[in-house]
Design a protein around this ligand. Structure first.
Ligand SMILES: Nc1nc2c(ncn2[C@@H]2O[C@H](COP(=O)(O)OP(=O)(O)OP(=O)(O)O)[C@@H](O)[C@H]2O)c(=O)[nH]1
Ligand SMILES: [Mg+2]
Length: 277
């Protein structure tokens, strides 16, 4: 009788399987938001199990696909529920795998169940992704279930109007119907390009000079604050380093002014920006 080890050895392909290449898009959200449904509909195949029972997906799964000869990979992840830390081992493992997918990816599409709106747990997950420096696009899913009035309410909630949520691109989709997909994909792809952009010192200095002219730096402790130059430090998060004559003493509101001005000029909506003084 052929033993199991020999059977497996002879059945496996001889060449090592190549890991698929392409831009990685991780799909995150709470359980039941419609993450797997979204991917299935997008790639027009029933690759992933979908059900109305929350917690269907328990491991991160990569799905390669191409659009106009460009390679991409969706990473489906398990929904992250409130209280996952204290939950069963399987759920904690699912959470760790989802976060590992964020580490690996170029961008996250955060799927929010629009019938429930943005809840605290959504903001918590988005915040964890931000702390890992990755860009996030928010997609309100299940829009087919919302009335006109409910759609308006989606943006009127306190959370949706917070300055935190304001920093992200928000789009509407229905994963059952496939509506909103083209726009979501085009914008997500664009976000990847901007998030991976490297900036020259010359271009950044030109911007800094403009901002300083628009609003002069204040005096700190009787000394005029001088911003000398700015240079690029890396991506994910987009890191910019500003040199001045009194790095420690730059007032918070002037830091915020520079941050907002840079965000706007470099079109960094949905992209994490880190300023080092
Ligand atoms: N009406 C409507 N239902 C949707 C839509 N997207 C998903 N659903 C339903 O929502 C339920 C959950 O979908 P899933 O794709 O399994 O959700 P998931 O986010 O992958 O969930 P977990 O794997 O548990 O994290 C299923 O019953 C879907 O049919 C949508 O756009 N419209
Ligand atoms: Mg799923």
């Amino acid at each position: 009788m052929i033993d199991l080890r020999t059977f497996i050895k002879t059945s496996l392909p001889k060449e090592k399987l190549q890991a698929p290449e392409g831009k990685k898009i991780a799909i995150l959200g709470r359980p039941n938001a419609g993450k797997s449904t979204f991917i299935n509909k997008f790639i027009k195949q029933d690759r992933l199990i979908v059900s109305e029972i929350a917690g269907t997906t328990i491991d991160a799964i990569s799905i390669p696909f191409t659009v106009n000869d460009d390679d991409f990979i969706f990473i489906d992840t398990a929904g992250i529920r409130k209280g996952y830390r204290y939950a069963h081992k399987v759920e904690y493992f699912s959470y760790v795998r989802a976060m590992h997918s964020v580490e690996e990816c170029d961008v996250v599409i955060f799927i929010c169940d629009a019938t429930e709106g943005l809840v605290d747990q959504d903001l918590k997950i988005i915040n964890m992704i931000c702390e890992m420096g990755k860009p996030v696009v928010i997609a309100f899913n299940k829009m087919d279930l919302l009335s006109k009035k409910e759609k308006d309410k989606l943006y009127e909630s306190k959370r949706a109007q917070s300055s935190f949520v304001d920093d992200f691109i928000k789009l509407e989709i229905s994963s059952i119907n496939g509506t909103g997909f083209k726009r979501l994909f085009r914008i997500t792809n664009n976000v990847i390009d901007i998030a991976q952009k490297k900036y020259t010192t010359a271009a950044l200095n030109k911007l800094l000079n403009k901002f300083v002219l628009q609003s002069a730096p204040p005096s700190v402790g009787g000394r005029q604050l001088k911003l000398k130059h700015i240079h690029f430090g890396g991506i994910n998060p987009t890191t910019l380093i500003i040199h001045s004559n009194q790095d420690k003493k730059i007032p918070q509101n002037y830091r915020k002014y520079l941050e907002n001005s840079l965000r706007e000029a470099l079109k960094l909506q949905s992209i994490q920006l880190k300023l080092i003084f």
